[in-house]
Write a protein that binds this ligand. Structure first.
Ligand code: NIG
Ligand code: FE
Length: 404
């Protein structure tokens, strides 16, 4: 490729949130080809630089491309009926015990062909792209057998090939007990460990392995077997932990150097301390807290005290969080969990990258990194958390390409 074809763009007079902090001075970002060439305070911008680039853009707030580090985006069907049941007072756990909940989505997802699943997921992933997301994690977990779990992961990979977004996949076969194994949970764990994880690893379909450690999910002992199998195939682990009760899932995850413990409304101090020792990220999911009308707030002060990075994600799924707007989570993390706007922004950028093991490549803006960032039509980064206002994304830059 000859050098004249490499485009150079300059954004100047911008306010920069780099993934950790907002710079006090007005800044400029120079992009060359697919990566960030340089970031300057405006006071140090080389004279004449603007004349040497293909285009100069003026003003706005720049953040890293947003990262949604916990989603269940690939699924078929709808659970609007259960929404109504919950409004009438039936709990999420009770609906699950009656065979609804996750299992109702499992039936619809098993019945859907790969293309139908792609078509069903496209509007949801497009909504996130339009909201500034450039990296997304997508879990399986509505197949619950070898064939359908792999099908979900293939769909997730395919979406990443089709669209301007990085897709990270997570195998969540240990999400619920499938109907065929209702009386044999350990038999299902055998299937996960002996067949599903090995195949997902061999076909390079999963970047990590997740479990739902809960009374209505799997016991810590069962989750530990899944972690051991994942570790055998060098796949990092994470968990849906202490969402509805405290089973010590976060500490278990920490023992396996887990990337993240997610939900964690019922997390206690020993669990927090264990996460601190292993560098496990706390992923907060205010959308599920809101949808389930939960009242137990995650132990934010303890997480701060132990300096645990807090990520924030949508948990986008058909049951506990039918929410496909990451910018809304910025507001909810502040309003419901009392995060500061800066903490919330770190949660969808640098800390979300840490939760995915991508901190060297995503979620932080510095020279030499891929040019994945957003330009927002606001005066200060805190406004992104303060107001619930779609439509403020001015430009979305993915691998140096301006895609919005
Ligand atoms: O993260 N907790 C379990 N899994 C999802 C819910 C999935 C569903 O209800 O379909 C969650 O909240
Ligand atoms: Fe989840």
């Amino acid at each position: 490729m000859c050098s004249q074809t490499v485009k150079r763009y300059l954004w100047q007079d911008i306010i920069l949130f780099d993934g950790l902090k907002t710079h006090v001075e007005a800044m400029a970002v120079l992009v060359e080809g697919t990566s960030i060439q340089q970031i300057y305070p405006m006071s140090q911008l080389p004279a004449g630089l603007g004349d040497s680039v293909d285009k100069v853009f003026q003003g706005g707030v720049i953040t890293p491309g947003l990262i949604d580090c916990h989603t269940h985006l690939v699924f078929a069907g709808s659970r609007a009926d259960e929404f109504e049941q919950r409004l009438e007072g039936t709990s999420y756990a009770e609906i699950a015990r009656r065979g609804g909940g996750i299992l109702s989505t499992v039936s619809a997802t098993r019945a859907a062909a790969e293309q139908a699943l792609i078509d069903a997921t496209l509007p949801r992933i497009q909504a996130l792209i339009d909201d500034g997301v450039t990296t997304i994690e997508i879990k399986s977990g509505y197949g619950l057998n070898l064939e359908d779990e792999l099908k979900m992961l293939r769909v997730a990979r395919r979406l990443g090939e089709m669209l301007p977004i990085h897709v990270v996949t997570t195998l969540l076969a240990a999400h619920a007990l499938p109907p065929e194994y209702q009386q044999d949970a350990d038999g299902y764990i055998d299937l996960i460990c002996d067949e599903i994880i090995p195949r997902a690893a061999a076909e390079k379909l999963a970047d990590a392995v997740d479990v739902f450690c809960e009374g209505i999910g799997f016991s810590p002992a069962q989750c530990e077997r899944v972690f051991q199998a994942a570790q055998h195939y060098q796949l990092p682990v994470k968990a849906h932990a202490e969402q509805l009760s405290n089973l010590g899932a976060a500490a278990l995850t920490a023992r396996y150097q887990g990337l993240s413990a997610d939900h964690i409304e019922c997390l206690d101090e020993p669990g927090v301390a264990a996460m601190a020792r292993s560098g496990t990220v706390a992923t907060l999911l205010p959308g599920a807290f809101y949808t389930l009308r939960d009242t137990q707030v995650p132990p934010i002060d303890l997480l701060r005290q132990y300096q645990i990075p807090m990520a924030v994600a949508t948990d986008g799924n058909p049951g506990s969080s039918p929410i496909f707007q990451l910018s809304l989570m910025l507001n909810m993390a502040c309003t419901l969990f009392r995060l500061t706007p800066t903490e919330a922004l770190q949660g969808v950028t640098h800390h979300a990258a840490l939760a995915l093991g991508l901190s060297q490549t995503a979620g932080f803006l510095s020279p030499g990194r891929a040019a994945d960032f957003c330009v927002w039509n606001v005066n200060h980064p805190a406004e992104l958390a303060y107001a619930i206002q779609p439509g403020r994304l001015k430009q979305r830059i993915f691998n140096g390409e301006i895609t919005a």
